[in-house]
Design a protein around this ligand. Structure first.
Ligand SMILES: O=P(O)(O)OC[C@H]1O[C@H](O[C@H]2O[C@H](CO)[C@@H](O)[C@H](O)[C@H]2O)[C@H](O)[C@@H](O)[C@@H]1O
Length: 396
């Protein structure tokens, strides 16, 4: 699948694999001018301009969500894809369309027949609409109920770029697994058959809301560095109107959504300047007018999904249908893991056409709510719960 042109997909080498920590800024010079170009491309207005318009009535969007394959062939293709057929996997990637997960709901039910579902949800832009002020990105009560209901029936995790605590403050549900800081801070159970031991920097057992939980943190040694960089970035950018630097615990977001375009170059330069002396930190670019500073480690939302599946003892199980719903570039790592695994699939939330590793699309958080509700409410008669499945729900 083709990637977005403004996407940094190449993971930098992990410190474990290199003798000296190597800065991705040195490997791939990301000069301020380069970032400025990416920043312009990723702005919501640029997306609209380049695509003409957005929404289900727009012909470009409709073409993007409509499959090139006849419906019946697609059902078979999806079915074989999920069961591991390489030819059909190829066919699916060639068609380059992202059918609406709502219109394709019947296909998804066919794919999930007799399987244990696991649901992974991004937060911003997926469960809550994108708003100008990051602290105001609240989730509706209705959406909370939908997610709570999902968690009653199947393993459900929130995988976010925000800090775990912050995303918990928004979601407020104890029934879920949480992976904050782009998956670098995970709270949930850890199974016995854990194949990710080599990544395990620390696992602490602790109490949360009276429940015993396991905490996995992939980059604890970076905490002091991230704090330091957070403070430096605040200081360096304080004169720029509208900039917001957010501490996401294991990573830092530099928001320029509310910065005048003439100052974007300055935001890029300031961030670049601070990072120059931190070769163990890298800079990535979100789809949502934000620069993300994070440790140079081989860990991302995709690894977090693998870790959680492993912890839930669903990793080596053929009878599992993991579904990941997200809207950002960082979610592509998770879409890719599911796509490469040929077990589950990603659903991209977007109101404008984009290239993605996801298999299906949804237009906005309200469609995410509808999809999650439909997938997890047995009263529709599409999904019925079996009593003999633990740690996952089986569709019969
Ligand atoms: O992985 P996510 O849960 O999608 O988090 C990614 C970033 O989301 C937040 O920023 C984005 O949403 C804000 C609120 O709608 C919006 O104002 C901002 O422009 C977006 O970039 C969050 O504030 C970041 O820290 C996350 O990294």
């Amino acid at each position: 699948m083709a990637n977005d042109s403004n996407c940094e997909y190449d993971d930098p080498p992990s410190p474990e694999k290199t003798k000296e920590p190597v800065s991705p800024l040195k490997l791939k010079p990301l000069h301020a001018n380069g970032w400025l170009h990416d920043m312009k491309l990723s702005s919501p207005t640029a997306a609209l301009v380049s695509n003409g318009s957005s929404g289900s009535f727009d012909p470009t969007y409709r073409a993007w969500t409509v499959s090139l394959m006849p419906h019946r062939i697609l059902v078979v293709a999806v079915l074989i894809f999920v069961r591991g057929g390489t030819t059909v996997h190829l066919l699916l990637s060639l068609q380059k369309k992202y059918p609406s997960a709502l219109s394709a709901f019947d296909q998804i039910v066919v794919c999930g027949k007799g399987k244990k579902m696991a649901l992974f949800l991004d937060y911003d832009g997926t469960l809550s609409p994108i708003v100008d002020e990051p602290d105001n990105a609240v989730m509706s009560d209705q959406m909370r109920e939908v997610v709570r209901n999902a968690a009653l029936h199947l393993p459900t995790a929130i995988v976010s770029g925000r800090s775990r605590d912050k995303v918990f403050d928004f979601v407020k549900l104890t029934e879920l697994y949480y992976a904050g800081s782009h998956g670098m801070d995970i709270m949930g159970p850890v199974g016995e058959h854990d194949s990710v031991t080599e990544h395990r920097r620390s696992i602490n057992s602790s109490k949360n809301q009276g429940k015993e939980v396991k905490i996995f943190q992939a980059a604890t040694e970076f905490l002091p560095m991230i704090d330091e960089v957070f403070r430096l970035l605040i200081d360096k950018t304080k004169a720029i109107n509208g900039v917001k630097v957010e501490n996401n615990r294991f990573c830092v977001s530099v928001h320029y959504r509310n910065v005048e375009e003439k100052d974007w170059q300055l935001v890029a330069e300031c961030t670049d300047d601070v990072l120059k002396v931190y070769p163990r930190l890298r800079l990535t670019h979100g789809r949502r007018v934000v620069l993300e500073v994070r440790p140079v480690i081989d860990w991302n939302k995709g690894k977090a999904v693998e870790f959680l599946l492993d912890s839930l003892e669903l990793a080596n199980c053929k009878n599992v249908l993991p579904i990941y719903i997200g809207d950002d570039l960082t979610d592509e790592d998770a879409f890719k893991v599911l796509r490469d695994d040929k077990r589950g699939f990603g659903i991209l939330v977007s109101s404008v056409p984009k290239e993605s590793h996801a298999l299906y699309s949804l237009m906005d958080p309200s469609e995410v709510g509808l999809m999650t509700y439909s997938a997890t409410v047995p009263c529709y008669g599409l999904l019925e719960e079996t009593s003999d499945v633990e740690g996952g729900r089986s569709i019969t």
